[in-house]
Design a binder for this molecule. Structure first.
Ligand SMILES: [Zn+2]
Length: 340
C-alpha cells in the first residue's frame, strides 16, 4: 500500500493527545467519562461505523443522546476526524471482555472506519446495506468459507460453527478503501509509538456474538503484523518509568468546551479496575516458569516501561500477564496503585 492521501505519516504528530496535521478535523464529543487512569490507554480497538458516511457517524457521536463516541473516525478517502483527545475515555466498546479484562472503554482508544458493515444480497443479486444503500460488486468483500471462522481472532470456537445453520453460506461485507486502510495502519503505528499499546483488537473480539466489526473485510492480522514490525511493543527505550508514572495533564479540553471538564473525583468513582498493574523498571527482564531463578526462563523477555498485569503477587516474585504470562522478580517491577 502506498500513501495516496495528502499528508504522509511523518507529517502527522501527536501533541497534547491530539493529532496535528493540516487536514485533521477536530471536534469534541460530549460522550466521555473523562481521563483514563494512569498508564492507560494500552489498547486499540478497531470498529466499523455501520453507517452511510463518515460525517453522519461523526454527527451521531457528537450528539449527547447517542451516548457513543470514539477517538477517531477515518473516512473512505482517508480523511480523519478526532472527537476526543487520546487521554479521554470514549464510549465505543460497550459490554466487552478479553484476557480477563472487562469494559474496554476504560483501556482503549476507539478507531472507527466509515464502512456500511455486513450487506445483504437482494432478490436481484444486488448488495444492499441495512440502511438501503446499494453497493457495486467491486466494493463487496465476500466471505465464502465459514462465516466468522477465519481464525483471525481465535475467539470463535468450533461449537459456534456447528450450531449455526448458515455456517457454510457466504456473507457479504462492505470493503474498506485502500487509502482508508493505509491511513488506519499509519495512525495505529503513530499511536503505538506514542502510547504504551499492548493490544490491538477488533470489536468483535472483545464483544463476541454481540458485535461483528470490523468484520472479515478488515485485515486485522496484517495490521498486527505491521505494528509488530514497525512499532508494536518496540518502543521501550523511548518510554521511561518516570514518564509513565507522571501525572497526566488535567486539561482534556481541546477547544473551550465545558463538557469535558469532568472532575477527577467523578471519573475515578465510576471506574472499576479489577487488578493491579506493574511497570517493568529494568531494560530487560527475564520471565520464568516459576517463582525463583531455579525455574526455566521463558523465551520472551519484558522490556523497560512495559506494563504488565499482576495475577499473583508474592513476597519476592509475582506472576504477571502480558502477551503471555510468567513469573518475574518483584525487584524489577514498579507496582501501580489502583485508583478507586
Ligand atoms: Zn464497534
Amino acid at each position: 500500500m502506498t500513501n495516496t492521501y495528502s499528508a504522509p505519516l511523518n507529517a502527522v504528530r501527536i501533541e497534547n493527545n491530539r493529532l496535528h496535521a493540516s487536514e485533521i478535523e477536530h471536534v469534541t464529543s460530549p460522550n466521555t467519562s473523562g481521563e483514563f487512569p494512569r498508564n492507560f490507554p494500552d489498547t486499540l480497538v478497531i470498529h466499523f461505523t455501520g453507517g452511510s458516511s463518515a460525517s453522519s457517524s461523526v454527527n451521531y457521536m457528537l450528539n449527547p443522546k447517542s451516548k457513543v463516541s470514539a477517538h477517531l473516525v477515518i473516512g473512505r478517502n482517508g480523511e480523519v476526524t478526532q472527537l476526543l483527545p487520546f487521554n479521554a475515555i470514549a464510549w465505543h466498546a460497550g459490554q466487552s471482555s478479553f484476557a480477563g479484562r472487562k469494559q474496554f472503554n476504560n483501556y482503549a482508544i476507539g478507531i472507527e472506519l466509515d464502512n456500511a458493515g455486513q450487506l445483504d444480497m437482494d432478490a436481484n443479486g444486488e448488495y444492499v446495506s441495512w440502511f438501503g444503500k446499494r453497493y457495486h460488486p467491486n466494493d463487496v468483500f465476500v466471505e465464502s468459507s465459514h462465516s466468522n471462522s477465519t481464525g483471525r481472532s481465535g475467539i470463535k470456537n468450533n461449537s459456534d460453527l456447528q450450531e449455526s445453520p448458515n455456517a457454510h453460506s457466504p456473507t457479504y461485507w462492505h470493503r474498506y478503501s485502500e487509502v482508508q486502510l493505509q491511513r488506519t495502519f499509519d495512525l495505529c503505528r503513530l499511536l503505538c509509538n506514542t502510547y504504551h499499546i499492548n493490544y490491538v483488537l477488533g470489536h468483535e473480539e472483545i464483544s463476541p456474538g454481540r458485535k461483528f466489526d470490523p468484520g472479515p473485510a478488515f485485515p486485522l492480522r496484517q495490521l498486527r503484523r505491521y505494528l509488530t514490525q514497525h512499532s508494536f511493543n518496540a518502543q521501550p527505550s523511548d518510554v521511561t518509568v518516570d514518564e509513565l508514572s507522571r501525572e497526566l495533564p488535567p486539561s482534556l479540553q481541546y477547544t473551550n468546551e465545558k463538557q469535558l471538564s469532568v472532575s477527577r473525583k467523578s471519573i475515578t468513582a465510576s471506574q472499576d479496575f479489577p487488578y493491579t498493574s506493574a511497570i517493568v523498571s529494568v531494560k530487560r527482564l527475564n520471565v520464568r516458569f516459576g517463582p525463583g531463578t531455579e525455574f526455566t526462563k521463558a523465551s520472551s523477555q519484558l522490556t523497560s516501561g512495559q506494563v504488565v498485569r499482576v495475577l499473583e503477587r508474592g513476597d519476592t516474585w509475582s506472576r504477571v500477564a502480558y502477551t503471555a504470562e510468567g513469573w518475574v522478580s518483584n525487584e524489577y517491577l514498579t507496582f501501580v496503585k489502583q485508583k478507586r
